[in-house]
Design a protein around this ligand. Sequence first.
Ligand SMILES: Nc1nc2c(ncn2[C@@H]2O[C@H](COP(=O)(O)OP(=O)(O)OP(=O)(O)O)[C@@H](O)[C@H]2O)c(=O)[nH]1
Ligand SMILES: [Mg+2]
Length: 358
Amino acid sequence: MSLSIGIVGLPNVGKSTLFKALTKKEVLIANYPFATIDPSVGVVEMPDERLDKLADFSGSAKKIPAIIEFVDIAGLVRGANKGEGLGNQFLANIREVDAVVYVVRAFEDPNIHHVEARVDPKADIDILTTELMLKDLETAEKHLGKVHKDARAGSKEAVIEVEILEKIKKGLEDGIMAYKTLEEISGEAQKAVVEKLRRELQLLTSKRGIVLMNINNTNVGGSTPHIEGFGQIAMNIHGELEGAGFSGDERRELGLAPSKLADLIRLAYETLGLITFFTTGEDETRAWTVNTGALAPQAAGVIHTDFDEKFIRADVIRWDKLLGAGSWPESKTKGIMQTVGKDYEIKDGDVMEVKHGA
Ligand SMILES: Nc1nc2c(ncn2[C@@H]2O[C@H](COP(=O)(O)OP(=O)(O)OP(=O)(O)O)[C@@H](O)[C@H]2O)c(=O)[nH]1
Ligand SMILES: [Mg+2]
Protein backbone atom coordinates (compact mmCIF):
# COMPACT_ATOMS: atom_id res chain seq x y z
CA MET A 1 0.00 0.00 0.00
CA SER A 2 1.70 3.15 -1.13
CA LEU A 3 0.19 6.52 -0.71
CA SER A 4 0.21 9.31 -3.25
CA ILE A 5 -0.38 12.95 -2.49
CA GLY A 6 -1.03 15.65 -5.05
CA ILE A 7 0.21 19.21 -4.51
CA VAL A 8 -2.53 21.58 -5.68
CA GLY A 9 -2.79 25.36 -5.62
CA LEU A 10 -3.00 28.60 -7.59
CA PRO A 11 -0.03 29.28 -9.90
CA ASN A 12 3.19 30.66 -8.41
CA VAL A 13 2.42 29.87 -4.76
CA GLY A 14 5.38 27.56 -4.12
CA LYS A 15 4.11 24.10 -5.11
CA SER A 16 7.24 23.12 -7.05
CA THR A 17 9.42 24.58 -4.30
CA LEU A 18 7.65 22.33 -1.78
CA PHE A 19 7.98 19.35 -4.13
CA LYS A 20 11.72 19.94 -4.46
CA ALA A 21 12.20 20.37 -0.71
CA LEU A 22 10.37 17.09 -0.12
CA THR A 23 11.76 14.94 -2.89
CA LYS A 24 15.12 16.65 -3.58
CA LYS A 25 14.25 16.32 -7.25
CA GLU A 26 15.20 19.01 -9.74
CA VAL A 27 12.10 20.78 -11.01
CA LEU A 28 11.49 24.16 -12.57
CA ILE A 29 10.88 26.79 -9.92
CA ALA A 30 10.11 30.09 -11.56
CA ASN A 31 8.52 33.38 -10.70
CA TYR A 32 5.81 33.20 -13.32
CA PRO A 33 2.46 31.43 -13.35
CA PHE A 34 2.15 27.98 -14.91
CA ALA A 35 5.86 27.17 -14.71
CA THR A 36 4.81 23.58 -14.13
CA ILE A 37 2.89 21.97 -16.96
CA ASP A 38 3.58 18.25 -16.80
CA PRO A 39 3.35 16.83 -13.32
CA SER A 40 6.50 15.53 -11.62
CA VAL A 41 6.35 12.52 -9.40
CA GLY A 42 8.78 11.89 -6.56
CA VAL A 43 9.02 9.38 -3.76
CA VAL A 44 9.68 10.40 -0.16
CA GLU A 45 10.63 8.13 2.71
CA MET A 46 8.43 8.44 5.74
CA PRO A 47 10.70 9.68 8.53
CA ASP A 48 10.22 7.41 11.57
CA GLU A 49 12.67 7.11 14.44
CA ARG A 50 10.92 3.95 15.65
CA LEU A 51 12.12 2.24 12.47
CA ASP A 52 15.70 3.38 13.10
CA LYS A 53 15.65 2.18 16.69
CA LEU A 54 14.14 -1.18 15.79
CA ALA A 55 16.69 -1.73 13.03
CA ASP A 56 19.54 -0.99 15.47
CA PHE A 57 17.94 -3.27 18.05
CA SER A 58 17.72 -6.20 15.60
CA GLY A 59 21.04 -5.46 13.89
CA SER A 60 19.13 -5.55 10.60
CA ALA A 61 21.05 -5.64 7.33
CA LYS A 62 18.34 -3.56 5.65
CA LYS A 63 15.98 -0.85 6.81
CA ILE A 64 12.91 -0.20 4.68
CA PRO A 65 10.76 2.83 5.49
CA ALA A 66 7.20 3.41 4.37
CA ILE A 67 7.11 5.59 1.27
CA ILE A 68 4.86 8.34 0.06
CA GLU A 69 4.61 9.57 -3.49
CA PHE A 70 4.24 13.31 -4.05
CA VAL A 71 2.95 14.72 -7.33
CA ASP A 72 3.72 18.32 -8.29
CA ILE A 73 0.63 19.37 -10.20
CA ALA A 74 0.12 22.36 -12.51
CA GLY A 75 -1.39 25.52 -11.01
CA LEU A 76 -5.10 26.07 -11.36
CA VAL A 77 -6.95 29.36 -11.66
CA ARG A 78 -10.45 30.76 -11.37
CA GLY A 79 -12.49 29.28 -14.23
CA ALA A 80 -10.21 26.25 -14.56
CA ASN A 81 -13.24 23.94 -14.53
CA LYS A 82 -14.23 25.63 -17.79
CA GLY A 83 -10.75 25.36 -19.24
CA GLU A 84 -9.17 28.63 -18.07
CA GLY A 85 -5.40 28.65 -17.59
CA LEU A 86 -4.08 25.14 -18.08
CA GLY A 87 -7.66 24.12 -17.51
CA ASN A 88 -8.47 20.49 -17.58
CA GLN A 89 -4.90 19.35 -17.69
CA PHE A 90 -4.52 19.27 -13.92
CA LEU A 91 -7.74 17.40 -13.31
CA ALA A 92 -6.55 13.97 -14.45
CA ASN A 93 -3.52 14.38 -12.18
CA ILE A 94 -5.70 15.04 -9.14
CA ARG A 95 -7.87 12.02 -9.98
CA GLU A 96 -4.85 9.75 -9.65
CA VAL A 97 -3.82 10.71 -6.10
CA ASP A 98 -5.15 9.51 -2.73
CA ALA A 99 -5.03 12.88 -1.01
CA VAL A 100 -4.45 16.51 -1.82
CA VAL A 101 -2.25 19.16 -0.22
CA TYR A 102 -3.88 22.50 -0.94
CA VAL A 103 -1.05 25.04 -0.96
CA VAL A 104 -2.05 28.67 -0.45
CA ARG A 105 0.10 31.74 -0.36
CA ALA A 106 0.24 33.52 2.98
CA PHE A 107 3.52 35.35 2.45
CA GLU A 108 3.89 38.94 1.34
CA ASP A 109 6.54 39.55 -1.29
CA PRO A 110 6.06 42.30 -3.88
CA ASN A 111 8.57 40.57 -6.14
CA ILE A 112 6.58 37.36 -6.46
CA HIS A 113 3.63 37.67 -8.80
CA HIS A 114 0.24 36.62 -7.40
CA VAL A 115 -2.38 35.73 -10.04
CA GLU A 116 -5.09 37.39 -7.95
CA ALA A 117 -2.86 40.39 -7.12
CA ARG A 118 -3.45 40.10 -3.35
CA VAL A 119 -2.54 37.82 -0.45
CA ASP A 120 -5.61 36.11 1.00
CA PRO A 121 -5.23 32.40 1.80
CA LYS A 122 -8.88 31.92 2.66
CA ALA A 123 -10.04 33.40 -0.63
CA ASP A 124 -7.49 31.19 -2.42
CA ILE A 125 -8.89 28.06 -0.76
CA ASP A 126 -12.36 29.15 -1.86
CA ILE A 127 -11.18 29.44 -5.47
CA LEU A 128 -9.51 26.04 -5.38
CA THR A 129 -12.38 24.14 -3.77
CA THR A 130 -14.97 25.92 -5.92
CA GLU A 131 -13.18 24.98 -9.14
CA LEU A 132 -12.86 21.35 -8.07
CA MET A 133 -16.47 21.20 -6.89
CA LEU A 134 -17.73 22.65 -10.17
CA LYS A 135 -15.80 19.99 -12.06
CA ASP A 136 -17.21 17.30 -9.76
CA LEU A 137 -20.70 18.63 -10.34
CA GLU A 138 -20.22 18.19 -14.06
CA THR A 139 -18.90 14.63 -13.55
CA ALA A 140 -21.75 13.69 -11.19
CA GLU A 141 -24.41 15.06 -13.54
CA LYS A 142 -22.96 13.22 -16.51
CA HIS A 143 -22.86 9.97 -14.57
CA LEU A 144 -26.40 10.48 -13.26
CA GLY A 145 -27.65 10.57 -16.83
CA LYS A 146 -26.20 7.11 -17.43
CA VAL A 147 -27.28 5.54 -14.15
CA HIS A 148 -30.86 6.83 -14.44
CA LYS A 149 -31.29 4.55 -17.42
CA ASP A 150 -30.12 1.46 -15.47
CA ALA A 151 -32.32 2.43 -12.54
CA ARG A 152 -35.36 2.62 -14.79
CA ALA A 153 -34.42 -0.77 -16.24
CA GLY A 154 -34.80 -2.15 -12.70
CA SER A 155 -31.22 -2.42 -11.38
CA LYS A 156 -31.36 -2.19 -7.57
CA GLU A 157 -27.75 -1.07 -7.39
CA ALA A 158 -28.45 1.69 -9.90
CA VAL A 159 -31.34 2.94 -7.77
CA ILE A 160 -28.96 3.35 -4.81
CA GLU A 161 -26.39 4.94 -7.09
CA VAL A 162 -28.90 7.53 -8.24
CA GLU A 163 -29.81 8.27 -4.63
CA ILE A 164 -26.17 8.82 -3.67
CA LEU A 165 -25.32 10.82 -6.77
CA GLU A 166 -28.29 13.10 -6.10
CA LYS A 167 -26.95 13.66 -2.57
CA ILE A 168 -23.48 14.43 -3.89
CA LYS A 169 -24.92 16.79 -6.46
CA LYS A 170 -27.11 18.63 -3.95
CA GLY A 171 -24.11 18.90 -1.61
CA LEU A 172 -21.85 20.31 -4.30
CA GLU A 173 -24.50 22.85 -5.27
CA ASP A 174 -24.54 23.95 -1.61
CA GLY A 175 -20.74 24.15 -1.48
CA ILE A 176 -20.20 20.83 0.35
CA MET A 177 -17.22 18.84 -0.86
CA ALA A 178 -17.95 15.26 -1.99
CA TYR A 179 -15.83 13.61 0.73
CA LYS A 180 -18.18 14.96 3.37
CA THR A 181 -21.33 13.72 1.68
CA LEU A 182 -19.78 10.30 1.05
CA GLU A 183 -18.60 9.91 4.65
CA GLU A 184 -22.09 10.55 5.98
CA ILE A 185 -23.70 7.75 3.96
CA SER A 186 -24.68 4.70 6.00
CA GLY A 187 -26.09 1.25 5.21
CA GLU A 188 -24.18 -1.73 3.91
CA ALA A 189 -25.50 -1.71 0.33
CA GLN A 190 -25.05 2.06 0.24
CA LYS A 191 -21.46 1.87 1.43
CA ALA A 192 -20.61 -0.68 -1.25
CA VAL A 193 -21.96 1.74 -3.86
CA VAL A 194 -19.94 4.57 -2.29
CA GLU A 195 -16.77 2.51 -2.78
CA LYS A 196 -17.73 1.80 -6.38
CA LEU A 197 -18.37 5.49 -7.05
CA ARG A 198 -15.08 6.44 -5.44
CA ARG A 199 -13.23 4.10 -7.78
CA GLU A 200 -15.18 4.87 -10.92
CA LEU A 201 -15.68 8.62 -10.66
CA GLN A 202 -12.58 9.65 -8.68
CA LEU A 203 -14.32 12.88 -7.77
CA LEU A 204 -11.73 15.57 -7.07
CA THR A 205 -13.31 16.62 -3.78
CA SER A 206 -13.95 13.04 -2.64
CA LYS A 207 -10.35 12.96 -1.46
CA ARG A 208 -9.24 14.13 1.93
CA GLY A 209 -6.63 16.81 2.17
CA ILE A 210 -4.40 19.17 4.05
CA VAL A 211 -4.36 22.94 3.92
CA LEU A 212 -0.79 24.23 3.77
CA MET A 213 -0.18 27.92 4.27
CA ASN A 214 3.08 29.08 2.74
CA ILE A 215 4.28 31.71 5.23
CA ASN A 216 7.30 33.90 5.70
CA ASN A 217 9.07 33.82 9.03
CA THR A 218 7.72 37.25 9.76
CA ASN A 219 4.11 37.39 8.70
CA VAL A 220 0.96 35.53 7.84
CA GLY A 221 -1.01 37.63 5.41
CA GLY A 222 -4.79 37.50 5.07
CA SER A 223 -7.21 35.34 7.03
CA THR A 224 -6.65 31.70 7.92
CA PRO A 225 -8.48 29.15 5.81
CA HIS A 226 -10.00 26.00 7.25
CA ILE A 227 -11.64 22.96 5.69
CA GLU A 228 -13.57 20.78 8.14
CA GLY A 229 -11.90 17.43 8.70
CA PHE A 230 -8.70 18.46 6.91
CA GLY A 231 -5.29 18.76 8.50
CA GLN A 232 -3.72 22.20 8.55
CA ILE A 233 -0.11 23.34 8.65
CA ALA A 234 1.82 26.59 8.19
CA MET A 235 5.26 26.31 6.65
CA ASN A 236 7.92 28.51 5.15
CA ILE A 237 8.35 26.56 1.93
CA HIS A 238 11.21 28.70 0.68
CA GLY A 239 13.03 28.19 3.99
CA GLU A 240 12.41 24.45 3.79
CA LEU A 241 14.16 24.29 0.45
CA GLU A 242 17.09 26.39 1.68
CA GLY A 243 17.49 24.12 4.68
CA ALA A 244 16.93 20.86 2.77
CA GLY A 245 19.78 18.45 3.32
CA PHE A 246 20.86 19.94 6.67
CA SER A 247 20.37 17.93 9.83
CA GLY A 248 18.43 19.32 12.80
CA ASP A 249 21.68 20.30 14.53
CA GLU A 250 23.08 21.97 11.42
CA ARG A 251 19.86 23.92 10.99
CA ARG A 252 20.16 25.20 14.55
CA GLU A 253 23.76 26.29 13.97
CA LEU A 254 22.73 28.09 10.78
CA GLY A 255 19.87 29.80 12.60
CA LEU A 256 17.22 28.08 10.47
CA ALA A 257 13.87 27.08 11.98
CA PRO A 258 13.30 23.33 12.45
CA SER A 259 11.99 21.60 9.33
CA LYS A 260 8.29 20.91 9.16
CA LEU A 261 8.42 18.46 6.27
CA ALA A 262 8.18 15.45 8.59
CA ASP A 263 5.18 17.08 10.29
CA LEU A 264 3.52 17.43 6.91
CA ILE A 265 4.03 13.75 6.12
CA ARG A 266 2.73 12.71 9.54
CA LEU A 267 -0.28 14.96 9.08
CA ALA A 268 -0.99 13.26 5.75
CA TYR A 269 -1.02 9.89 7.53
CA GLU A 270 -3.34 11.20 10.23
CA THR A 271 -5.67 12.86 7.78
CA LEU A 272 -5.98 9.65 5.79
CA GLY A 273 -6.41 7.52 8.91
CA LEU A 274 -3.26 5.50 8.24
CA ILE A 275 -1.08 3.78 10.80
CA THR A 276 2.31 2.08 10.73
CA PHE A 277 3.31 -1.34 11.97
CA PHE A 278 6.70 -3.02 11.77
CA THR A 279 8.40 -6.31 11.05
CA THR A 280 11.92 -6.74 12.31
CA GLY A 281 14.74 -9.27 12.14
CA GLU A 282 18.36 -9.68 11.13
CA ASP A 283 17.54 -9.47 7.43
CA GLU A 284 15.47 -6.34 7.57
CA THR A 285 13.36 -3.99 9.62
CA ARG A 286 10.47 -2.64 7.70
CA ALA A 287 7.61 -0.17 8.18
CA TRP A 288 4.22 -1.06 6.70
CA THR A 289 1.16 1.08 6.20
CA VAL A 290 -2.44 0.03 6.93
CA ASN A 291 -5.75 1.75 7.51
CA THR A 292 -6.74 2.44 11.10
CA GLY A 293 -8.92 -0.45 12.25
CA ALA A 294 -7.13 -3.07 10.13
CA LEU A 295 -7.27 -6.57 11.64
CA ALA A 296 -4.21 -8.78 11.94
CA PRO A 297 -4.94 -10.85 8.78
CA GLN A 298 -5.39 -7.69 6.69
CA ALA A 299 -2.10 -6.34 8.00
CA ALA A 300 -0.46 -9.69 7.23
CA GLY A 301 -1.91 -9.41 3.73
CA VAL A 302 0.02 -6.18 3.21
CA ILE A 303 3.26 -8.08 3.84
CA HIS A 304 2.26 -10.83 1.44
CA THR A 305 -1.12 -11.27 -0.29
CA ASP A 306 -1.25 -14.99 0.63
CA PHE A 307 -0.81 -14.22 4.33
CA ASP A 308 -4.30 -12.76 4.58
CA GLU A 309 -6.14 -15.99 3.68
CA LYS A 310 -3.59 -18.31 5.24
CA PHE A 311 -3.26 -16.32 8.45
CA ILE A 312 -3.12 -18.53 11.56
CA ARG A 313 -2.01 -16.21 14.34
CA ALA A 314 0.58 -13.53 15.05
CA ASP A 315 2.98 -12.50 17.76
CA VAL A 316 2.55 -8.81 18.49
CA ILE A 317 4.36 -6.35 20.75
CA ARG A 318 4.58 -2.59 20.80
CA TRP A 319 7.95 -1.41 19.43
CA ASP A 320 9.15 0.33 22.61
CA LYS A 321 8.15 -2.63 24.79
CA LEU A 322 10.21 -4.90 22.57
CA LEU A 323 13.19 -2.60 22.98
CA GLY A 324 12.61 -2.59 26.73
CA ALA A 325 12.39 -6.39 26.92
CA GLY A 326 15.88 -6.72 25.45
CA SER A 327 15.11 -9.39 22.86
CA TRP A 328 12.25 -11.15 21.11
CA PRO A 329 12.60 -14.39 23.20
CA GLU A 330 12.81 -12.38 26.42
CA SER A 331 9.64 -10.50 25.52
CA LYS A 332 8.00 -13.95 25.31
CA THR A 333 9.33 -15.28 28.60
CA LYS A 334 8.48 -12.02 30.33
CA GLY A 335 4.94 -12.35 28.98
CA ILE A 336 4.93 -8.90 27.38
CA MET A 337 4.45 -10.25 23.90
CA GLN A 338 0.91 -11.16 22.89
CA THR A 339 -0.19 -14.02 20.65
CA VAL A 340 -3.22 -12.81 18.75
CA GLY A 341 -5.86 -14.25 16.43
CA LYS A 342 -7.80 -13.06 13.42
CA ASP A 343 -9.85 -10.50 15.31
CA TYR A 344 -6.90 -8.51 16.69
CA GLU A 345 -6.89 -4.87 15.60
CA ILE A 346 -3.43 -3.64 14.65
CA LYS A 347 -2.22 -0.57 16.55
CA ASP A 348 0.16 2.11 15.41
CA GLY A 349 3.68 1.08 16.45
CA ASP A 350 3.01 -2.67 16.72
CA VAL A 351 5.77 -5.09 15.76
CA MET A 352 4.30 -8.23 14.24
CA GLU A 353 5.47 -11.72 13.38
CA VAL A 354 2.92 -13.65 11.35
CA LYS A 355 2.36 -17.39 11.63
CA HIS A 356 0.79 -18.52 8.41
CA GLY A 357 0.05 -21.66 6.45
CA ALA A 358 1.22 -20.26 3.12
N1 LIG B 1 9.24 34.97 -0.75
C1 LIG B 1 8.93 33.70 -0.99
N2 LIG B 1 8.96 33.24 -2.25
C2 LIG B 1 8.61 31.97 -2.49
C3 LIG B 1 8.22 31.08 -1.45
N3 LIG B 1 7.94 29.87 -2.00
C4 LIG B 1 8.13 30.01 -3.32
N4 LIG B 1 8.55 31.27 -3.64
C5 LIG B 1 8.87 31.81 -4.98
O1 LIG B 1 7.68 31.85 -5.73
C6 LIG B 1 7.95 31.56 -7.10
C7 LIG B 1 7.08 30.42 -7.56
O2 LIG B 1 7.48 29.21 -6.95
P1 LIG B 1 7.12 27.79 -7.60
O3 LIG B 1 7.48 26.76 -6.57
O4 LIG B 1 7.69 27.65 -8.96
O5 LIG B 1 5.54 27.94 -7.70
P2 LIG B 1 4.44 26.92 -8.27
O6 LIG B 1 3.30 26.97 -7.32
O7 LIG B 1 5.04 25.61 -8.57
O8 LIG B 1 3.98 27.66 -9.62
P3 LIG B 1 3.36 27.08 -11.00
O9 LIG B 1 4.09 25.84 -11.36
O10 LIG B 1 3.61 28.19 -11.94
O11 LIG B 1 1.92 26.87 -10.74
C8 LIG B 1 9.44 31.25 -7.16
O12 LIG B 1 10.11 32.43 -7.58
C9 LIG B 1 9.79 30.89 -5.73
O13 LIG B 1 11.15 31.12 -5.46
C10 LIG B 1 8.20 31.58 -0.10
O14 LIG B 1 7.94 30.86 0.86
N5 LIG B 1 8.57 32.89 0.07
MG1 LIG C 1 5.28 24.59 -10.34
